[in-house]
Design a protein around this ligand. Structure first.
Ligand code: GLU
Length: 475
């Protein structure tokens, strides 16, 4: 049996997007599950938009997610080079072969001529396609056009009247009519191949067995199949995975949340959670379970459980999943994760930072959430809500707060343990207990009725601030 070989072939024209990351993940999972190879190849023929920074971002994002490749950019491999601009000779030779066999031809039409043709077709209500004007030029006509200084592109001669079948592993059989596909450009006049041509040459020469990519490429696939046939290459298996939609069911965009993977990293999402979430965008596990490590995903993944209906990007679900992973981390890792989102002072006080991490862990769904929680500790006293006012109106409140303030002022080490002990003593001494004690203390110190453990919050706020707030509340 031939070894399964799949690839992720991003164009380095921007940071790695959620959709690209999902395609990479599905390819990776299929390869690992089947003992195959996963290749990362760069499609950099768009000279205006490709940048080295984007390529770096794509590689870093994939590695951050834990998606590693067996062959490709950076690491090389037996099918190198893995960057299209380094493979120009191969495309040129194969284009020449098609020309020699009469399956492709030079076209000298200028952009303006093509544009005029397109407009005329549209006016007649036709789908725009190349008319085939240069299909049958004689040698002499070609020489004349070249003498005018025209530089030709190479067009593929699309056979008439064929049905093109894509037996798609996700969408089932999809057919296209070749008559709807005009002769398309395979080599531009600058000698750089177009996507549809380069991708076929690469997938064939790299012995790719399965092409898994986004649904937006489905309409390119008939052109690619025609090329496979013309070149006598076996066609790989295709699987086009659905679009990712926002919750309002329009195409996922910045409005729905960040679209690039690096933003999730910056916001303090965990790669394990994002991978888990991406896997569930279109793939349905057999079990009820929703939490899967990358290793478990490799075990469970199969293309038959990938749905052809669009996947909906649910930010609340991602946050929930991330919270699940976050809470399993050791406190030190949570501390390291929140640190970049805190003010400078926290850097130098590890015990206090660890206490903060421990106190807030249950209230975070991602590390950046810490920023919203910090006013509780570092902020001014909020305006009292109605609930706070009710709590503060209790008749036991002045006594409770006064005794608490006295105990705090006497305290040597202002730690959660000492604060807890002081509250217990306060209960014994005053005869009040439970909510009658805890609620007013919390309300007086934080201006809120609910929140993280109050002993820890007080320790984090520091003795001075706590005692000032208690005093302000009962005096
Ligand atoms: N460079 C294409 C893209 O980024 C790859 C398409 C394919 O996988 O064939 O969308």
């Amino acid at each position: 049996m031939t070894k399964l070989r799949v690839r992720f072939a991003p164009s380095p024209t921007g940071p790695l997007h959620i959709g690209g990351a999902r395609s990479a993940l599905f390819n990776y999972l299929l390869a690992k599950k089947n003992g195959g190879d996963f290749i990362v190849r760069i499609e950099d023929t768009d000279r205006d938009r490709s940048t080295p920074e984007s390529e770096e971002n794509i590689k870093d994002s994939l590695r951050w997610l834990g998606i590693t490749w067996n062959e490709g950019i950076d690491i090389g491999g037996p099918y190198a080079p893995y960057r299209q601009m380094e493979r120009l000779e191969t495309y040129r030779a194969i284009a020449q072969k098609l020309i020699d066999e009469g399956k492709a031809y030079y076209c000298y039409c200028s952009e303006e001529e093509i544009e005029a043709e397109r407009t005329a077709q549209q006016e007649k209500g036709e789908t725009p396609h190349y008319s085939g004007r240069c299909r049958n030029l004689t040698e002499e006509q070609r020489r004349e056009l070249e003498a005018q200084g025209r530089k030709p592109v190479v067009r593929f001669r699309v056979p008439a009247g064929e049905q093109i079948l894509i037996p798609d592993l996700v969408r089932g059989d999809v057919t296209f009519e070749s008559d709807g596909v005009g002769d398309f450009v395979i080599m531009k006049s600058d000698g750089i191949p177009t996507y549809n041509f380069a991708v076929v040459v690469d997938d064939y020469t790299m012995e790719i067995t399965h092409v898994i990519r986004g649904e937006e490429h489905l309409s390119n696939t008939p052109r690619q199949i025609l090329l496979y046939e013309a070149l006598g290459y076996p066609t790989p298996k295709f699987a086009h995975i659905s679009l990712i939609l926002g919750k309002d069911r329009s195409k996922m965009s910045k409005r729905h949340g960040s679209v690039s993977v690096v933003n999730y990293k910056e916001q303090g999402f965990l790669p394990e959670a994002l991978v888990n979430f991406l896997a569930l965008l279109g793939w349905a596990p057999e079990k009820e379970e929703e939490i899967f490590t990358l290793e478990q995903l490799v075990e469970e993944f199969s293309l038959d459980r990938v749905s052809k209906s669009p996947a909906v990007f649910d930010m609340d679900k991602l946050r929930w999943l991330n919270g699940q992973y976050l809470r399993k981390l050791p406190i030190e890792d949570i501390a390291a994760g929140i640190l970049p989102h805190l003010s400078a002072g926290w850097q130098n006080d590890t015990p206090r930072l660890n206490l903060l991490a421990e106190t807030m862990a249950n209230h975070l769904s991602c590390f950046a959430d810490i920023k919203e929680l910090m006013p509780l500790i570092e902020g001014e006293m909020p305006e009292p809500s109605e609930q706070v006012q009710e709590v503060m109106a209790g008749e036991q409140v002045p006594v409770v707060l006064q005794v608490m303030a006295e105990k705090i002022n006497e305290m040597e080490a202002f730690t959660p343990e000492n604060i807890r002990t002081a509250i217990k003593q306060l209960c014994k001494e005053t005869g009040y207990k439970g909510a009658a004690v805890y609620m007013p203390i919390r309300a007086a110190v934080t201006g809120e009725c609910h929140g993280p453990d109050i002993d820890k919050i007080m320790a984090l706020m520091g003795k001075e601030k706590v005692s000032a707030r208690l005093e302000a509340a009962y005096k």
